[in-house]
Design a protein around this ligand. Structure first.
Ligand SMILES: *Cc1c(COP(=O)(O)O)cnc(C)c1O
Length: 342
């Protein structure tokens, strides 16, 4: 199926043909407060792919073909030991026979758990390069040194920045706006608000720019800042806006949706998980039937809940579940500690 114009014209031939860009949307039962005028829906970005987190996966729709066409023999990934991006991309690249090296921020936790375990299973020792905390600010320089070393050995390599921050992800991240429009039409619902979460901001930027390109100014978009802040977000937005204008060769429509940024309601620093988050992970599972990753999705849903309790929303609401169950695996023992075995 093709995308609505003008999206089709700009991204249609830039996406991998075999990767799926549609996720379903269904009513959400339980957990969030119920108001008669506000039907609640959840968008299942987690179902886009079982092995890679939903938001990341949209980036790969165009990143993977770009990397395949680049002809590089080695792709160098950058991220923390628990990065959803590194473990997601490593799988997709390795399964297509592409060689991968990872520059990993040395983890504080010496136990091999979660994404760090999965990544270690995927890549042999000589493809894992640990970078110490003091050296981490210069990781991109270290990556370029690795590229130069490989070049001397006759191996062409390129670097994917942390979180996939690059022009090549742009066509992929624009698909979300089109998919949301499709969901709304199929359900016969006009969403008043969308609630999403962000880290580098790339996925949310894709949503906002996709809406602009399609000329959609509603729904309002609420963004939970799991990491980053509005200033960084704005800088990146401007960069992607430029890239999009290069892609379309014309100025973007000025009309845009309203945006609001929210801080997490608890455990505000990125990556932190406290007793509230562990408790809410259980509550969400019991009340909605959804197993969610604590670092992003539970924090996001809990924040949305608090916001809706503070001010009752009006009209149909759509909450994005951008993460996935795989993101729980680093937290098994902490989640289990809440329920003593009898
Ligand atoms: C990476 C990630 C996000 C945020 O994506 P960005 O594009 O970096 O803002 C949100 N939720 C989950 C589960 C993620 O892994």
């Amino acid at each position: 199926m093709s995308f609505p114009e003008p999206l089709q014209q700009f991204i249609g031939n830039r996406l991998d043909r075999e990767l799926n860009w549609k996720s379903r949307c269904h009513p959400l039962y339980g957990y969030l407060p119920r108001y008669s005028s506000t039907p609640l829906f959840i968008k299942r970005e987690d179902e886009l792919n079982a092995n890679a987190v939903g938001t990341k996966y949209r980036k790969y729709l165009s990143l993977i073909p770009a990397l395949e066409h680049s002809g590089n023999e080695r792709i160098i990934l950058i991220g923390s030991a628990h990065s959803n991006n590194v473990v997601g991309l490593a799988q997709l690249l390795r399964s297509r026979g592409i060689d991968v090296s990872a520059l990993i921020k040395a983890p504080g936790n010496k136990q091999l758990v979660g994404n760090h375990l999965l990544l270690t299973m995927l890549l042999p020792h000589d493809r894992m390069h640990y970078v110490s905390h003091p050296d981490w600010p210069r990781v991109e320089e270290i990556a370029e040194q690795l590229v130069a070393r490989l070049k001397q050995q006759g191996i062409s390599a390129m670097v994917i920045p942390e979180g996939g921050y690059s022009e090549a992800v742009l066509p992929g991240i624009l698909t979300l706006a089109a998919d949301l429009q499709r969901n709304g039409k199929e359900l016969g619902v006009e969403f008043q608000d969308i609630w999403t979460d962000s880290c580098t901001g790339i996925s949310a930027i894709g949503l906002l720019l996709g809406m602009r390109l399609l000329g959609i100014t509603k729904p309002r978009v609420h963004i939970t800042h799991i990491a980053g802040n509005p200033d960084e977000f704005q800088q990146r937005y401007v960069q992607f806006e430029r890239w999009l204008e290069q892609l379309t060769q014309q100025p973007l429509p000025g009309a845009r949706p309203q945006v609001r940024f929210i801080q997490p309601a608890t455990a505000a620093s990125y990556g932190s998980v406290n007793q509230t988050i562990l408790r809410e992970s259980w509550a969400i599972a019991r009340e909605t039937g959804l197993l969610m990753d604590p670092v992003y999705s539970v924090k996001h849903f809990y924040t949305v809940k608090r916001e809706m309790e503070r001010q009752a929303p009006d009209g149909p609401q759509l909450i994005l579940y951008n993460g996935g169950t795989l993101g729980m695996c680093g937290f098994q023992s902490r989640l289990a500690s809440r329920e003593p075995m009898v």
